[in-house]
Design a protein around this ligand. Structure first.
Ligand code: NAP
Length: 294
């Protein structure tokens, strides 16, 4: 029986673990198959206090080693179910808890097209910094109009032959800094007021067709259309709003023994520092709950 089970090994979950262990609670992190959450794909983190420039991978590994030194176990298992009798079930194990912190973050939004999932790793990607190098010197396309899509388009333009940037509007929501750079980059061709209608190929991506009917022969398609909470795990358990867990500044939820931290919490600012802040608050709230229940 754990005092605190934490689901999620991003910065929110790991910060919760630090605070929970330091408060003397028996704590475990169910971290999913990959340690670290969204930030591990970011090459340069320049807005986390104390570091002028650090990769997301290094930042997470630093925090994870701090967590382990405090005696907290981090298991690479995926939580499949949270039961109403206070258990988290993974494929091979069941973890009983007195209190639970949900820090499951967000997952990539998909276009919902046929072949999109089938061709993941076979031409379709959700991470330019992870997979861009496979398409060195080739023609690729990226979908989206936010900071991620434009930042990735610029990254890909450095290594690929040509980059089509496909966006369903004729203006971008990305910051002006990225928009100006994209417009000035001769390797990026804008396909505005366009959407991807189909992803074509037999066993791997060969081309895409746009809503205008134009076909683009490309080797790589990067989908960068935002993130959504992975709410299936908890939506029948706690109050949610569009998949985000409803909470207050104490990171409590509609269930007294469940707390929430990070991007899956309903809130206005989703940054590394606010995820870390949530992690601390959720763990301290869980700690108060455990004291009350003694
Ligand atoms: P985002 O800002 O939510 O943008 C999503 C983009 O995808 C929008 O252009 C949206 O178009 C489009 N889109 C959504 N659903 C679509 C669909 N079904 N089909 C086609 N297009 C679709 O997501 P993000 O760019 O990943 O950014 C997420 C957060 O991280 C933001 O707060 C961002 O500022 C931050 N971020 C910051 C940095 C940085 O500071 N360097 C870098 C990356 C990300 P519509 O406008 O038409 O909805």
């Amino acid at each position: 029986m754990y005092d605190v089970v934490i689901i999620g090994s991003g910065i929110a979950g790991l910060t919760s673990a630090i605070y929970s262990a330091r408060a003397g609670h028996k704590t475990i992190v169910i971290g999913g198959p990959t340690l670290g959450g969204q930030i591990i794909n970011t090459l340069h983190v320049e807005n986390y206090p104390g570091y002028k420039d650090i990769s997301g991978f290094d930042l997470i590994n630093n925090i994870a080693s701090q967590v382990k030194e405090l005696g907290v176990e981090i298991v690479s298992e995926e939580a499949k179910e949270i039961t109403s009798d206070k258990k988290v079930i993974t494929e091979n194990n069941t973890y009983s808890f007195k209190s639970l912190i949900i820090a499951t973050g967000l997952e990539n939004r998909s276009l919902g097209l046929e072949n999109e999932k089938k061709f993941l790793g076979m031409g379709v990607s959700v991470c330019a910094t992870c997979d861009g190098n496979f398409f060195r010197g080739r023609d690729v396309a990226i979908v989206g109009g936010g900071n991620t899509a434009l930042e990735d388009a610029l990254y890909l333009a450095n290594i690929c032959n040509k980059v089509y940037l496909i966006h369903r509007r004729n203006t971008f929501t990305a910051e002006k800094y990225y928009v100006d750079k994209v417009y000035a980059n001769s390797k990026i061709e804008l396909c505005l007021s366009e959407e991807v209608k189909s992803i074509n190929g037999e066993d791997s991506l060969q081309s895409i067709t746009l809503t205008s009917g134009r076909e683009l022969n490309i080797d790589g398609l990067f989908v960068a259309i935002g993130k959504v909470p992975n709410s299936k795990l908890y939506e029948n358990l706690v109050e949610t709003d569009n998949g985000y867990i409803v909470s207050n500044e104490k990171c409590t939820t509609s269930v007294p023994y469940i707390f929430v931290a990070g991007d899956c919490r309903k809130k206005s600012v989703r940054q590394l520092v606010t995820a870390a802040s949530d992690g601390a608050v959720a763990a301290l709230s869980a700690s108060k709950y455990l004291e009350r229940e003694k």
